[in-house]
Each structure stands twice: as C-alpha cells, then as structure tokens.
Design a protein around this ligand. Structure first.
Ligand code: APR
Length: 308
C-alpha cells in the first residue's frame, strides 16, 4: 500500500492558495499551507477542505504558521514573498524577498531534508540560487517555475492570433524570468508545424514582446497584485511530473554547470522532470541571435545574484 504524497506550499497568498486548490482538486496528495500571517493559512485550508465533499477529493488540507506541520514533505513549493506593483520589475523585489526566502528555506529544509524545492518567489532565478546555497541540496532537487508560465502565455497568444485551439500549440521560452526572457518562435509549433506557416513575422514579433511583458500586463490590470491562476497551475504541472515520474520535457529554472555555456547560475532551459526531479538538461542548438539573447538573459540573472 503506497502512502499519499505530502505537498507543502509556503505562502498562503494568491499563488500559494491557488496552487493548493489545484493540488487538492487533482488529488495529488495531502496539502499543508504555511504562512507567516496567523489565521490565513488555517482559514484558507479549512475553506478548501470543505469543498472536498462537493468536489469529491479526500486528501487532507491543513494550514499552519508552524513548520512542524510540514515535516517530511515530498515536495515544498515556495511562494512566500511580495508580489509586484504597477511600474515595478521583478528585480525590484530582490532584497525583501531574499530575506523572506532565506527564512523559509532554513525552516522548511530542517523539517524536510529530502524534499524537492520548487521556487516561485520572484525574482525567480536569483531566489533559486539562494535556495540552493542555503539548503545545500543537490541541483536535481532545487529548481524554479517560470518557463511553463512564460510558455503557456506565449501559447495562449499564438492560439488567439492564429485562430486555432490552444491544444495544438506548443511554444518554448528560455532564459531568466524577467524582461530579458527569450521566447523562441523557431521552436514553437501548431500541430507540429512551424508557427511561421500560420502567422506573419510582424505578428510573431508582437506576440514575443507581449509574452515578455505578460506578467506586467496583468500587474497593470490588477494593480494590487500579480498573476496567480496560470502561475499556480504551472507549478502543479511540475509537481505532477515529479510525483507520477512522468519524465515530462518542460522548461524549468535549473542550475547550469556548463550547459549552454553557462556555469554556476540558475536560468530557464528545457529539462526532463521525473521522480528524480531534474533528471536531465536538454541542450538545443541555438542560432546566433538566440544565443545572444540567451547570454544577455544569463548576464542579467548573474547581476542579480551578485547583488545578493
Ligand atoms: N514566511 C511565510 N510566508 C510569508 C513570509 C514568510 N517569511 N513573508 C510573506 N509571506 C506570505 C504573505 O503573508 C502572503 O500571504 O507570502 C504570501 C504572498 O502572497 P501574495 O502577497 O498574495 O503574493 P502572490 O501573488 O502569491 O505572489 C507570491 O510569487 O509569483 C511570485 O512575484 C510573486 O514573489 C511573488 C510570489
């Protein structure tokens, strides 16, 4: 008899609570929601749990301010931290969120020394680097969610512009999760066919830029927070790949140790995600202009890491 997986989500805000919701309704395992604010994780967990009889899930959902409740988690998703306000870049969050993430990583790894750490807090690439340093975990167990989100945004825009089903659209976005991210139209397809068959270059260029600004577009609309439905659903894609050993090929923010010509840095590239976490980094041959854009993005991430 197998035991149920235990999934901890730190930060019971917009992204964290919505991730807990997806995890429970997809019956992925028992969910623990943790936050620094008293009552919020408990209240949201209880509310979510009470949707179980209607939705038909019977995993447990608990909220706590105490990390003891998270002991022996299989996966810990870190969403604790401040979101952006209009006019802010993700990088503007660096100092405050580094303090929060530092506190969270120390507490969570003491309780779950064997867990997979999935980072969501921004600026994402730098927060992954910090999490790896502080946890001392191997690189296959510390990684971040950004590429799936950036790609699903690009896929949405491509499907809309081409007037086709999102189900037939695949897209790839590499690089850091910031203004320098690198959407790759050359590796983006509709039913396996190049998107250039469906869309003129000017349109594709516009969609690339809209993807880069995808987070800011939502921040400007919401005014009091940043996106959370697509981010949290994207995290759950990673949680599922690990728990069910799916060997999915997904763009994730991972530690590079020479791959793509980059060393000792976290950045988004396609990887194989399974029961071993990041099981393999997939290296694709980039053409000159893609390579340049990727290097620019790596340098932007490095600058932030240096500031840490
Ligand atoms: N420990 C635990 N939780 C904390 C801590 C801490 N030290 N500090 C803050 N939090 C909690 C807050 O109390 C809040 O409930 O983190 C939660 C963040 O939730 P929101 O403010 O709703 O932010 P959200 O939209 O969920 O974004 C969280 O993910 O996508 C990124 O850029 C985003 O960095 C941001 C993070």
């Amino acid at each position: 008899m197998g035991k149920r997986a235990k999934i901890t989500v730190v930060g019971a805000g917009n992204v964290g609570a919505t991730a807990a919701h997806w995890a429970a309704t997809r019956r992925l395992g028992d969910v623990v929601l943790v936050d620094i604010v008293e009552g919020i994780p408990q209240g949201k967990a209880l509310d979510l749990l009470q949707s179980g009889p209607v939705d038909g899930f019977d995993v447990s959902v608990v909220g706590s301010n105490d990390y003891a409740a998270t002991a022996n988690s299989d996966i810990v998703v870190v969403t604790a931290g401040l979101p952006r306000k209009p006019g802010m870049s993700r990088d503007d969050l660096l100092k405050k969120n580094a303090d929060i993430v530092g506190d969270v990583i120390r507490k969570v790894t003491a309780q779950s020394p064997n867990c997979f750490l999935i980072m969501v807090t921004n600026p994402l690439d730098a927060m992954c680097y910090l999490a790896k340093k502080l946890s001392g975990f191997p690189k296959n167990r510390v990684f971040g969610m950004a590429g799936i989100l950036d790609s699903t945004r690009f896929r949405t825009f491509i499907a809309q512009a081409a007037g086709v089903s999102v189900q037939d659209v695949d897209a790839l976005v590499l690089g850091g999760h910031g203004d320098t991210m690198v959407p790759l139209p050359r590796f983006s397809t509709i039913a396996g066919l190049p998107i250039s068959l469906f869309l003129p270059k000017e349109t594709i260029d516009k969609l690339v830029q809209r993807t880069r600004d995808g987070g800011a577009e939502i921040v400007n609309l919401l005014k009091a927070g940043s996106a959370y439905y697509a981010p949290s659903r994207s995290v759950i894609e990673m949680v599922e790949a690990i728990l069910f050993d799916q060997k999915r090929i997904l763009p994730c923010t991972v530690y590079l140790d020479g791959e793509y010509g980059a060393k000792d840095v976290y950045v988004g590239v396609p990887v194989k995600l399974g029961a071993g976490g990041v099981e393999k980094i997939i290296e694709i041959a980039l053409i000159d202009e893609e390579k340049k854009a990727f290097e620019k993005s790596v340098n932007a991430v490095r600058e932030l890491i240096t500031k840490l």
